[in-house]
Design a protein around this ligand. Structure first.
Ligand code: DOR
Length: 313
């Protein structure tokens, strides 16, 4: 078996696979099921807000083109920070844990992180700056000035390991701008990408949108976003300082896709839409497919090719 592990700060991941925040992680039972699965590298919670939220009205999730994609406008349904903190403090974990939080305002983000700082939680935290689905709220990380302000405030008091979840960018200048901001801070990781915000899917028979919130607009995930995810990991890996590790998210359905993310420089990967389709045992399939590719190519460790994507010429 080739070596397929990763390190983020002081945390060792014995397997490369995480759930993408939001998928299979809203309840303690979901999180336990993820942990029980052999090839799960670590777990990520549903992005928590201060209070529990029901989220947007149903229908709010729809599968596109026979599973090649998904559109969601969940609206951050979650049980509130304390629920996830209680779970994370209720036992010891043999795999790293990532507590995801997504405030719906500047002050809520600060308060969430103050509560985590003041708690006994010693795992990783991820600040979701990229939720596209809260009505009336922008995706924070598309506003570079606000992103800079939030992180400046956060690092005045936050001393625990923390990373950020980013939305996809589509302009090389935007990669330059966000990397310049992130490089100023002691972030332990960047996770790219969140869903591709505000896509639209239409049912031809009914001549209608397929999800209720926001007149049908929602975040796109699944196989159809793979090129965007790969581009974001590659572009950011080339721009971020080496101490900021990368989690690659978006469109993974096979071991080949995982191999591609690793070539782009991902340390770990996370799986959303396809995890929803296949359940946590998908990680075992992805791991054996990745191992087969590595054996075929003669690699004994992911470190031999991680980040070594070739350009033409
Ligand atoms: O696609 C997403 N859906 N990304 C998020 O960050 C939040 C989630 C939701 O709850 O709407």
């Amino acid at each position: 078996q080739p070596q397929m592990t990763a390190q983020i700060g002081n945390f060792t991941f014995k397997h490369l696979f995480l759930n993408a925040s939001g998928v299979y992680c809203r309840t303690k039972q979901n999180l336990d099921d993820l942990l029980d699965n052999q090839a799960t590298g670590g777990i990520v919670t549903k992005s928590a807000t201060l209070r529990s939220r029901k989220g947007n009205p149903n229908p709010r999730y729809h599968s596109i083109l026979n599973g090649a994609g998904s559109i969601n406008s969940m609206g951050l349904p979650n049980y509130g920070l304390q629920y996830y903190l209680d779970y994370l403090l209720s036992k010891s974990f043999d795999k790293p844990t990532i507590l995801s939080v997504a405030g719906t305002s500047f002050d809520e983000n600060i308060e969430l992180l103050k509560q985590i700082q003041d708690s006994d939680y010693q795992g990783m935290t991820e600040l979701n700056l990229s939720c596209p689905n809260v009505v009336g709220k922008p995706q924070i990380a598309y506003d570079f000035e606000t992103t800079n302000k939030i992180l400046t405030e956060v690092f005045k008091f936050f001393k625990k390991p923390i990373g950020v979840k980013l939305p996809p960018y589509f302009d090389l200048n935007h990669f330059d701008q966000i990397a310049k901001i992130l490089n100023q801070f002691p972030l332990d990781h960047v996770n790219s990408i969140n869903s591709v915000g505000n896509g639209l899917w239409i049912d031809i028979e009914t001549e209608s949108v397929v999800i209720k919130p926001k007149k049908g607009f929602g975040g796109i995930g699944g196989k159809m976003v793979l090129p965007t995810g790969l581009a974001n990991v590659r572009a950011l890996r080339e721009r971020l300082k080496p101490s900021i590790k990368m989690i690659g998210t978006g469109g993974i359905t096979s071991g080949k896709d995982v191999f591609a993310y690793l070539l782009c420089g991902a340390d770990l990967v996370s799986v959303g839409t396809q995890l929803g389709i296949e359940s946590p045992k998908i990680f075992n399939r992805l791991e054996s497919e990745l191992a087969a590719i590595m054996v075929e190519k003669g690699y004994t460790s992911v470190n031999e090719f991680r980040g070594k994507l070739k350009s033409l010429e």
